[in-house]
Design a protein around this ligand. Structure first.
Ligand SMILES: [Zn+2]
Length: 279
């Protein structure tokens, strides 16, 4: 279990999402999806939701009552926490909880089951959860946190109320990375000027490929936020509608996963895959 002095600290700048949750707290939907932001932001918002539904004050979490304190310490008996940051979420632990979800919570609030990085669901586990959600579960609510809703089983998302966190601020890319990201955005617009880069012998190692993927993710967030403070993000926003930007995000997530696995991959091929996947 992750430990953090103040798990809600990551909500600074996310007031809009917090407000939206407060607005639905009187009649909480059975399942919500939290997307956007970074992993810490998403876990913080999920914990906030658990506090909001269990705080003795009955409204904005006080941070002082036993429920609030135990939730911050991951020690509250009406919060179940599945952590996809620690590896795949498998089916057995999901099946084991089905009896629990059939029961009302121990306390006066709600039992909140949180799946952090829910894109780490194995298919069987996701289907087991789907079955659970298909039945009424009085007093139980579920949170699926993931970088993007498209990374979750569509049938899970369609049953959920989706909340999108603000994308993190862009940090300027190094000029050497900007060369790559602008070449990629240019290639998406013109279908030219890409393969010469990745084909050059020894040009792309795993570290560089990851830097380029993270760099374009950064530009993408900037484009999606509408701020467009960099030339590359401006070009992205001009050339793509929001649907297409979201698709780029999905492709980049997959590329990042591929580069982060222990299985050997050819980093130049991953970048070529990112480049051509848009067509
Ligand atoms: Zn409280």
């Amino acid at each position: 279990m992750p430990m953090n002095a103040d798990p809600l600290a990551a909500l600074v700048g996310q007031e809009h999402a917090v407000k939206r949750l407060n607005a639905i707290a009187q009649a909480p939907p059975q399942s919500i999806v939290i997307e956007g932001g970074d992993a810490d932001n998403r876990v913080a918002l999920a914990l906030y939701w658990a506090m909001r539904l269990n705080c003795v004050s009955g409204s904005i979490p006080c941070g002082q009552c036993p429920a609030c304190k135990q939730i911050s310490d991951f020690a509250f008996n009406d919060v179940l926490f599945f952590d996809g940051r620690e590896g795949l979420i498998k089916v057995d632990p999901i099946r084991e909880q089905r009896g629990t979800w059939g029961q009302p919570p121990n306390g006066d609030g709600y039992r909140v089951t949180i799946f952090a990085e829910a894109q780490m669901f194995m298919t069987e586990a996701a289907n087991a959860l789907l079955k659970t959600l298909e039945e009424p579960r009085p007093g139980n609510v579920f949170v699926l946190a993931a970088p993007q809703r498209e990374r979750l089983l569509e049938t899970l998302v369609s049953r959920s109320w989706v909340i999108t966190l603000a994308w993190p601020d862009v940090r300027q890319n190094e000029p050497s990375i900007t060369e790559w990201t602008s070449a990629l955005v240019h290639f998406w617009a013109s279908e030219r000027g890409w393969f010469g880069r990745t084909a050059a012998k020894g040009a792309v190692d795993k570290h560089l490929a990851l830097q380029v993927v993270l760099g374009i993710q950064r530009e993408l967030r900037e484009a999606m936020s509408g701020r467009c403070a960099t030339p590359v993000s401006r070009a992205l926003a001009q050339q793509h509608d929001i649907r297409s930007l979201r698709r780029i995000g999905l492709i980049l997530d997959q590329a990042q996963d591929a580069l982060n696995t222990q299985v050997p991959v050819n980093p130049a091929m991953v970048l070529d895959w990112v480049a051509t996947r848009m067509f």
